[in-house]
Write a protein that binds this ligand. Structure first.
Ligand code: F1P
Length: 357
């Protein structure tokens, strides 16, 4: 048996190479994607998944809205199945984007069935397994085959499927994604090397007992995913909020045993920084991840991660994750957990179909 955490660390560290392979795989699918897109007149998109891949749906929906100007919502697959009238599944001009690492999650497969029966629109799948049940049921499939994993918690699979969502939204929005996204693997490599010591130090600082992940826009879904990684891998108290929502109640939980992690955007950075500074004054440790760094040097409890990507905001979305993967990994190890096999979790949730009485 592999030593504790071996697969998780291997998968986190392999992201630069796996992202390269994923971008190459995407480019090979572009001609078929263009044909698929021309066959349909899409006026609305619903993105769906479960757990990590629901959070990825949040990211994908914000990308589609910003880059394609197509009204898009993200819903957990169970909501699509159990509350179709609340979700409003629409008609054949609605595209269902289903996201699932395994392609075998029952609720996600059920969502496809309900959507097909009620809306009759096309289904696009983003998955790591091109031969999965979900892939077989979809009209078009984007695969990140190199991102398949042995660990239960999704790391490189999530980031590679995020890359596919970025490439999809970018391509359909007329962006030259091959050129724009090409620097990402090298950026991931630098971030993993440069910030591994910081992630390890913070992960092993046992005075920190609560983790709060804050993001806005594209980055809210990323904050949710980072929150889930910390929870799943290390069994720590971990929550995610829209950054400015944090003042509206949740900040009452902040004290000197908290690490507040801000995924800073470009547009709203001034307002997001004000939240982080307020939390630092309340005694919290702060980790700020931003494109250019925050320039703050005062305060031993303030830590900066500078992405330095030089990319537009939508294109650098995925770059926020690798350092946060390391943070969750090191906390899991410090908590004597095995991040490869988190307690009480399975890699796929397979149930009796929700559609069977
Ligand atoms: C989704 C998922 C994971 C989660 C858990 C159970 O799987 O909810 O996000 O970590 O282990 O499965 P998938 O549909 O993306 O394969």
């Amino acid at each position: 048996m592999a030593e504790r955490g071996f697969h998780t660390l291997t998968e986190i560290s392999s992201q630069p190479d796996v992202w390269s392979a994923t971008l190459t795989e995407f480019q090979s699918l572009v001609p078929a994607l263009d044909r698929f897109w021309q066959q349909h007149t899409i006026q609305r998109i619903i993105c769906t998944g479960c757990g990590s891949t629901y959070y990825l749906s949040l990211v994908a929906a914000s990308l589609f809205q910003a880059l394609n100007h197509i009204p898009t919502q993200a819903r957990p697959a169970s909501e699509v199945v159990l509350f179709p009238e609340v979700v409003q599944l629409g008609d054949a001009s609605t595209l269902l984007v289903t996201i699932s690492r395994s392609g075998e999650t029952t609720e996600t497969l059920d969502a496809v069935e309900v959507f097909r029966a009620r809306a009759g629109g096309p289904v696009l799948a983003i998955t790591c397994y091109g031969d999965s049940s979900l892939a077989r049921q979809a009209d078009f499939v984007l695969t990140a085959s190199a991102a398949q994993e042995q660990s239960v918690a999704q790391t490189r699979s999530f980031s590679s499927m995020t890359l596919l969502a970025q490439a999809l939204a970018g391509h359909l929005g007329g962006q030259d994604v091959a050129t724009i996204l090409r620097p990402l693997p090298a950026i991931a490599r630098r971030l993993l090397d440069e910030y591994r010591p910081l992630a390890q130090t913070l992960g092993e600082t046992m005075a920190i007992q609560r983790f709060f992940f804050l993001g806005t826009g594209f980055l809210y879904g990323m904050a949710c995913e980072a929150m889930l990684k910390m929870k799943e891998m290390s069994l720590s108290y971990s929550e995610a909020f829209h950054t400015l929502e944090f003042r509206h109640g949740p900040m009452s939980m902040v004290d000197e045993h908290s690490l507040v992690i801000g995924l800073l955007s470009e547009n709203a950075q001034r307002h997001e920084m004000a939240v982080l500074e307020q939390m630092q004054q309340a005694g919290a440790h702060v980790l700020a991840i931003s494109e250019e760094g925050t320039g703050r040097t005062e305060g031993a409890q303030w830590h900066d991660v500078m992405l330095g990507s030089g990319m537009p905001a939508w294109a650098r979305t995925v770059a926020y994750l690798p350092v946060l993967h390391l943070l969750a990994y090191y906390r899991a190890m410090a908590n004597q957990q095995n991040p490869d096999r988190p307690a009480r979790l399975d890699a796929v949730v397979m149930l009796k179909s929700l559609l069977m009485g």
